[in-house]
Design a binder for this molecule. Structure first.
Ligand code: KMH
Ligand code: ZN
Length: 278
């Protein structure tokens, strides 16, 4: 198994998301070709994992299983990135469709630990759904990334592990998603509180700050020794009023910030070892 030096930072890119319209942001990768090109650029820039939402021919969010399967295969073929499919989808996706995402055979899947108000919408993750998705990930040998939008969800992770044991691969990787209107705010104080509440089984965690909280969260995560998720799912400006040009630009900035903290981007092989995939 690949040894992972202590200074390594896992950079995950979340290039698309389900919330932004292509018409509002033409540089958002919404076709398979754009996604693969983005993935290659982001790997070259220092990303080791990709968190994937896909779109249909009209650029609208979809959980179509054929498309998801083709996307996983194309990303595996064109890159070495750890491929993580979103099971969160969009706020409109039915829970049954979200469970079927695992049929596309990703390396990893996101798994949100509870229901969150999400702007004016509700991102629904009832406890029985969380348990079912978790058990399915164990059965299908998919490594979950636990998405934590608030402190209650950090405690729910403790409860999940107590009840069902460790994930496939034996590692526990979390991602703090901060600054969503309805979830915990994107501040250093909230990040410190969330990290302090994590169960002892957690082996790695990253953080991402939505919108204007991006830099505050990234800097706090680096200060606490965490990993980073960046990408146009989470932020569309590189500085006040200046649109992001590409996902690779956000990865490059994460690499530069990490370098200031004397951290080196993990390779995809190191990321696999970190996540229990190797
Ligand atoms: N699109 C959000 C409603 C995930 O990918 O698992 C949910 C989300 C989380 O993005
Ligand atoms: Zn997502």
């Amino acid at each position: 198994m690949t040894a992972v030096p202590a200074d390594r930072i896992l950079i995950t890119v979340a290039p698309t998301g389900a919330e932004t319209a292509k018409a509002d942001c033409p540089q958002l990768p919404t076709t398979l070709e754009e996604l693969v090109a983005t993935a290659q650029e982001c790997q070259a820039a220092g990303a080791a994992m990709i968190h994937v939402h896909i779109r249909d021919d009209d650029h609208r969010p979809t959980l179509d299983l054929g498309r998801l399967t083709a996307t996983v295969e194309a990303l595996h073929e064109a890159t070495d990135l750890v491929v993580q499919l979103s099971t969160g989808g969009s706020v409109h996706d039915p829970l049954e469709d979200r469970l079927k995402v695992l049929d596309a055979k990703p390396d990893s899947c996101s798994l949100t630990m509870g229901t969150t108000n999400f702007g004016d919408d509700v991102f629904s993750n009832p406890w029985p759904f969380v348990c079912e998705l978790y058990q399915l990930s164990q059965e299908r040998e998919v490594v979950p990334e636990f998405e934590l939008f608030d402190l209650g969800q950090v405690h729910a992770l403790r409860r999940l592990i107590d009840r069902y044991g460790l994930p496939y691969g034996g590692r526990v990787h979390c991602d703090l998603v901060m600054g969503v209107p309805g979830g915990m705010d994107g501040t250093a104080d909230s990040l410190v509180a969330a990290v302090a509440s994590m169960p002892p089984e957690v082996t790695s965690w990253s953080a991402t700050g939505i919108g204007r909280s991006t830099l505050a969260v990234a800097l706090a995560a680096l200060s606490k020794g965490g990993h980073l998720r960046v990408g146009m799912e989470d932020v569309l400006t590189i500085s006040r009023g200046l649109p992001v040009e590409s996902n690779a630009q956000l990865v490059e900035r994460a690499v530069a910030l990490a370098a200031l903290a004397q951290r080196t981007p993990a390779t995809p092989a190191e990321a696999r070892a970190m996540l229990g995939l190797a």
